[in-house]
Design a protein around this ligand. Sequence first.
Ligand code: HEM
Length: 308
Amino acid sequence: MITGYDLVRSVLADPRFSSRKELLNVVDFEIPPAPPGEFLLMDEPQHGRYRKPLVGKFTARRMRLLTERIEQITKDCLDAMEETGPAVDLVTAFAKPIPTIIICELLGVPYEDRASFQEQIDKFMNGETGDEELQGISLILLAAGFDTTANMLALGAFALLQNPEQLAALRADPALVDQAVEELLRYLSVAKSFMRTALEDVEVGGQTIEAGTTVVLSYNTANRDPERYADPHALDLGRDSGGHLAFGHGIHLCLGAQLARVEMRVAFSALLGRFPTLRLAVPAEKVALRPETADIYGVKSLPVTWDV
Ligand code: HEM
């Protein structure tokens, strides 16, 4: 495992470390290469062949144009919450539907209702939509874009509710939301780690990683490295969280980072604006977290309530 900010960042920028799926040296059977389109687990030039045509579709400008749509989707979720609640589960009422609807709309996935999302994924898996490459690309976008953002929204709300001073600062100055999103990304690091495999012997932090060895890059220890961020285990919306590795770094830097940022800004602002008295409906210890072995960290459900 590679830990700490400088080492993790340097390995992410080092082409001697590969993302290729078939090189992963973690089980005692052979792993097949990534299927066509699943460029997260490829190196150059294959990776770039898929990624380059997509970059223009995910720029900050394009994502800002989506803001109104994201606001509308968020408003619909909050309206529904107001109708049913309190109390409601913030995961099912807010954190999951917002990124799900958006990614489905972006991919042009038709849907009847939110419940059919699983069916859409099944259709992709069964090859009922488009050719194989398109299917791989769509699958990686769905998989990477939905669970991560949903857990940032739910866990982010939990973290804010657990840090009343920080929450009060954000409520007092809604313009703080951009910074709040960056700090939540750093603090929560929901994509905790990714793997790379050494293509040759490489020295990292004074140790030799032998060719063929798979390493786990710990993004969460990087983002909570005291050498990089003072008092790293504190959620501090006032700090400069710049340079965090929550979206990775290097050629595989998250393609959806700008989309995720806009979603989080819009969703957190609207949630706090709509429910000034939002609070947990159960003691914090009762909130069910995902097991530490889960790829993406998060809460299973987050019961919240408010004054009516
Ligand atoms: C807050 C939410 C998100 C987090 C924390 C996150 C995190 C990450 C991280 C850490 C990586 C790098 C993986 C590596 O180093 O191997 C990554 C890659 C990626 N992400 Fe995200 N992501 C988020 C949202 C999204 C969204 C909304 C989308 C899609 C629309 C998306 C699409 C992708 C894709 C396609 C890649 C692969 C890029 C490549 O291999 O070139 N992500 N993400």
